[in-house]
Write a protein that binds this ligand. Structure first.
Ligand SMILES: Cc1cc2nc3c(=O)[nH]c(=O)nc-3n(C[C@H](O)[C@H](O)[C@H](O)COP(=O)(O)O)c2cc1C
Length: 369
């Protein structure tokens, strides 16, 4: 698998096949930039609600901001019907800095979203999934893609009919997360079902190339290779594997598992902070937003656990910078992250916090009735 090969997404040139997922509460402009610096081929704004696009809230404005330095950018939207989805997509594209591609979220498990017929609720109805793609394509002039789960419930997988509908409707790319809405992160990724979905996409495409992207448990070189071998995907979409770990893109692209040294870790983290402050300012709000990144970044170094309580209450960006410098200075500059690879594996395992988050309004606060 050559992850470095560019691809043509309906006229948009994507420089490689290792993509960053839309991540609610995480994939803001500063995080996307640091991932782009480390090689991410395409990055996304977190999921937006089509209905919410009609309301000019500060939250929505912040979410859809694109940094001038971002080379290409995707947005992701969800809606309860093709009409509402199309209208939201139109409003999104009318903004000052329109995006280059639009993904339709058919995978979000959050109760508040699903109960309105959005997110993963859409995979219950393959015909509706196809209609959503048709409506979005008619509303915008950028490539339209879809991100799905393999089914809503464990015992009723809809991946094949949904993929057939998406292929027939002319989606330019289909991203499959190999779990159902019922599943937790503790459940295995079903590679065989992802492959079945991709085969269905191809069957329905009638010879047209539709890009096939695998998602779920891609954390490193080995798991990316596994995804490619087991599913026949054209590329991978990285989610939890990127948290506090923008190096994952470079590692997969260079097929080199080498972890950053303390010196490089500090440089990249301070650069992420510079991007963060340029976007959010230096104040308290910026510090609160950065805390979670900080906790993810220190994983894999001695002293990370002990530092956690202090890091989770840091009040200013100045104090965060100082703390990082002190943290790094206490370690040998050439020490690689995750000296204990077993710890790396444990860190990649299910994080109970994400299970909790999915029942809250994870990143969908701008959603309006
Ligand atoms: C914090 C967080 C936020 C997420 N936000 C989104 C989102 O906005 N849109 C989306 O399609 N998926 C979202 N996801 C789901 C991931 O994109 C992905 O499908 C899922 O985590 C499986 O991949 P992984 O096992 O590599 O993490 C989110 C996941 C996490 C952990």
């Amino acid at each position: 698998m050559n992850w470095n090969e560019p691809f043509d997404l309906g006229g948009l040139r994507v420089p490689n096949r290792v993509l960053l997922s839309p991540l609610a509460g995480v994939s803001d402009a500063p995080f996307r930039r640091i991932c782009q610096d480390l090689g991410a081929g395409l990055t996304y704004i977190e999921m937006l609600s089509a209905a919410g696009m009609a309301h000019q809230t500060r939250k929505t404005d912040e979410l859809v901001a694109r940094d001038a330095a971002e080379p290409i950018l995707g947005a992701q939207i969800t809606g309860p019907s093709p009409e509402i989805l199309a209208e939201g997509a139109r409003l999104l594209m009318e903004r000052d800095l329109p995006v280059d591609t639009l993904d339709i979220n058919m995978g979000c498990p959050v109760k508040k979203i699903v109960s309105r017929g959005c997110g993963s609720a859409i995979v219950r109805d393959p015909a509706m999934a196809g209609e959503m793609v048709r409506a979005a394509k008619a509303a915008v002039n950028v490539p339209v893609t879809a991100k799905i789960r393999i089914g809503f419930t464990k015992n009723h997988l809809t991946v094949e009919p949904v993929c057939e509908a998406l292929g027939a409707a002319g989606a330019e790319m289909v991203i499959i997360h190999g779990r159902t809405r019922d599943d937790t992160y503790g459940d295995a990724v079903q590679y065989d079902q992802i492959r079945k979905g991709f085969d269905a996409v191809d069957r329905a495409a009638g010879g047209k190339k539709i890009w096939k992207i695998g998602n779920g448990n891609v954390f490193d070189v080995e798991s990316a290779r596994k995804m490619a071998e087991e599913t026949g995907c054209d590329g991978v979409l990285i989610s939890r594997g990127s948290l506090g770990n923008p190096w994952v893109f470079r590692q997969i692209l260079e097929n080199d598992e080498t972890q950053p040294t303390v010196g490089e870790w500090e440089d990249v983290l301070l650069r992420h902070i510079d991007y963060h402050c340029a976007f959010y300012g230096e104040g308290h709000y910026a510090a609160i937003r950065f805390r979670k990144h900080l906790l993810w970044y220190v994983k894999g170094y001695p002293g990370a656990k002990a530092a956690k309580p202090e890091l989770s209450v840091m009040e200013s960006m100045g104090a965060i910078r100082e703390r990082i410098r002190a943290f790094a200075a206490a370690l040998p500059a050439d020490l690689h992250r995750y000296p204990d690879m077993e710890e790396r594996k444990r860190a990649a395992e299910a994080d109970p916090k994400f299970e909790m988050d999915r029942d809250h309004d994870r990143g969908v606060e701008h959603y309006e009735e």
